[in-house]
Design a protein. Structure first.
Length: 216
């Protein structure tokens, strides 16, 4: 009988490198579209929404923003109307943030799997990504902070990249390295103080950081 090759039997493929990215203010600036749709909801409902203030808080699911402006029993309806208007009036409006495409390409270059984990409603997040020609392996929406962490853990993500304090919480909860970019509402110092493992000015710095990180 031929000798059994225990190396072959015991060997198993290494888990794929999975890196999560937030969407708004990490990969893309969606504030113009968000503002436009909030203004439409305000016009339809007659409820005053300070959309300029609202777009300084981009990150959590839209229900959290609507709760600032609507009575509790109207929040869900307002959020549903926002989501219904977004595909036509919000998704096509936005721009790539510096280094976004290069950051995704860097993950693929290392044989990895980039995913988007965002507070935005998943179908609308996919429309945003398509409009900006950002191609990733998967998208998970309507999650924030600890709930992002649950997705990251389920997906085996070792790194999560975001701009919000809630993204740092998500990375910590999910057992991922928290990489923060100072392209959102928080400064680099605030992100460090909140516990980010790595702070980058923007995603143009990500490919070089990833090369160094994976070589360590």
């Amino acid at each position: 009988m031929a000798a059994m090759n225990t190396t072959e039997i015991n060997a198993s493929p290494a888990p794929a490198l999975t890196i999560g990215f937030d969407l708004d203010m990490t990969l893309a600036d969606g504030r113009p579209g968000i503002k436009a749709v909030l203004d439409m909801v305000a016009a339809e409902t007659g409820v005053a929404i300070d959309s300029d203030l609202a777009i300084t808080r981009v990150g959590p699911p839209i229900e959290e923003e609507m709760a600032y402006w609507f009575p509790a029993d109207q929040v869900d309806a307002a959020a549903d109307r926002y989501r219904a208007l977004f595909p036509e009036h919000g998704a096509p409006v936005g721009k790539l943030l510096p280094g976004a495409l290069e950051a995704i390409a860097a993950v693929y270059r290392h044989g990895g799997r980039p995913i988007v984990v965002t507070g935005k409603f998943e179908p609308n997040a996919r429309l945003n990504l398509a409009a900006l020609d950002i191609k990733v392996d998967d998208v998970f929406g309507s999650v924030f902070a600890d709930r992002k962490g649950s997705v990251l853990r389920e997906q085996g993500a070792s790194v999560y990249v975001g701009d919000h304090l809630g993204d740092i919480t998500g990375a910590r909860t999910g057992g991922a390295l928290a990489v923060a970019v100072a392209t959102g509402p928080y400064t680099a110092d605030e992100l460090r103080e909140a516990g980010a493992d790595v702070v980058l000015n923007d995603l143009t710095e990500f490919p070089g950081w990833l090369d160094t990180h994976l070589a360590a």
